[in-house]
Design a protein around this ligand. Structure first.
Ligand code: SF4
Length: 404
């Protein structure tokens, strides 16, 4: 009996047909995505097993992770996305707006704890101009030239570009790159279908502008991650469309380093309370998205990351057997999901990542932001008694972006 036959015995014919095609190396279609999104029970197990086999072929048995620190520099934002539990009006008592000294201190702490990357994002603060992002990148690069600066979502770049005194988009991006920006997060994508964006983020950039910014960033040498936020109001055809937009863009630029499915955290959001969203992503949806990402995006994107913040650590381990090959980052501070009600914490030690990976029979390794191999700095860093403490990112009321 062939591998395909043994994996696909008793699977629903429509799903079996798609999975057989995937095992033969056929590029999946949008219709195939919609078919796979119906997979439950035995069919879902088969989907995950096939994605796991594809993962082994694409990325081997190693699992990568990055030691990084998130820095959310302001929660003041006027955009008003309905899925966001993070943003505040500038006069709210728990609003914050960190200056360069604060960000440098947090970067120093990150370096002290072995980080190779800082991930910097914030709300869209109406009083800033387009050169604030340049100043942040330059200040951190000048002080910590070895630290990779992964920063500024397409939404932030849109804001900065519109407030840059008439610069061309590519020139604006080159200015950020030359100031020290290394890569950009592919967040603010949510679902790249404007019917969904008009509900979840009506005042955010629409999908055409997101693609324009990310494509321009790739063209000037700023690679990015790619993401999807699912489990709210979207339908299967929206997800299929989103996957297709990402794959087509990758075919044009090759600039995506990875794809990261992000389940919607619903608890404290208007999208759930007022806009009829589902109560977040389910466990089957989490696994479907990891597995479908693996099968649909190959061979164009071969790094599929699961989010332990959204899924929790045990489901993250299951995701490693369902198509994922990357564990993401240590974060040290993750206020976006927490402010939307995530219960899975804001920091994980590299030692714990390594343990979780080994527990499922795989081999961990520390990577750089762009998937190079890094000598594990944490092995030689000071022990926890002498390493600088990571300060809590804000008071208990910690706000922050929701979700993406
Ligand atoms: S998700 Fe980001 S852009 Fe949207 S309201 Fe929240 S902070 Fe602002």
């Amino acid at each position: 009996m062939s591998l395909a036959e043994s994996l696909l015995r008793d699977v629903a014919p429509a799903i079996r047909g798609v999975l057989e095609g995937a095992l033969e190396g056929r590029e999946l279609s949008r219709g195939d995505v919609e078919t796979l999104l119906t997979a439950q029970g035995r069919d879902l197990q088969a989907l995950c097993m096939v994605a796991d086999a594809a993962r082994r072929e694409d990325a081997g048995d190693e699992v990568s992770y990055v030691i990084c620190r998130n820095i959310n520099f302001t929660n003041v934002c006027y955009v008003g996305c309905t899925y966001c539990g993070f943003s505040r009006h500038k006069h709210d008592p728990d609003a914050y707006d960190r200056g360069l000294d604060d960000m440098l201190e947090r970067s120093r702490e990150a370096v002290g704890r072995g980080a190779s990357e800082v991930c910097i994002q914030g709300g869209i603060h109406p009083n800033k101009d387009g050169f604030w992002y340049r100043d942040i990148a330059r200040a951190i690069r000048d002080e910590f030239p070895e630290l990779h600066i992964h920063a500024f979502s397409p939404e932030e770049i849109d804001f900065g570009h519109r407030n840059s005194q008439g610069m061309e988009l590519r020139d604006y991006l080159k200015m950020l790159r030359d100031a020290g920006l290394g890569t950009i997060p592919g967040t603010a994508a949510e679902i790249l279908h404007d019917d969904v964006r008009r509900i979840v983020a009506p005042r955010k950039i629409m999908s055409g502008r997101w693609v324009e910014i990310v494509e321009a960033a790739h063209e000037v040498g700023l690679r990015s991650t790619s993401t999807i936020m699912y489990g709210h109001v979207e339908q299967p055809h929206h997800i299929a469309h989103h996957f297709d937009v990402i794959r087509e863009l990758q075919k044009r630029t090759g600039g995506f380093t990875e794809f990261v499915p992000l389940g919607f955290i619903h608890h404290k959001t208007r999208l759930y309370r007022e806009k009829g969203a589902r109560p977040g992503a389910t466990m089957p949806e989490d696994l479907q998205m990891i597995a479908i990402a693996r099968l649909f995006l190959r061979p164009w994107i071969t790094n599929i990351q699961m989010s332990w913040v959204k899924m929790g650590k045990k489901l993250a381990q299951v995701a490693l057997n369902s198509g994922a090959n990357d564990f993401g980052g240590t974060l040290m501070e993750e206020s976006i999901s927490n402010s939307a009600g995530s219960e899975h914490g804001d920091h994980i030690d590299p030692e714990e990542i390594e343990r979780l990976v080994r527990e499922v029979g795989r081999t961990p390794y520390e990577r750089t932001t762009t998937y190079g191999r890094r000598t594990p700095a944490w092995l030689s860093r000071p022990d926890s008694e002498t390493a600088p403490e990571v300060r809590p990112s804000a008071p208990e009321t910690l706000p922050v972006h929701a979700n993406s």
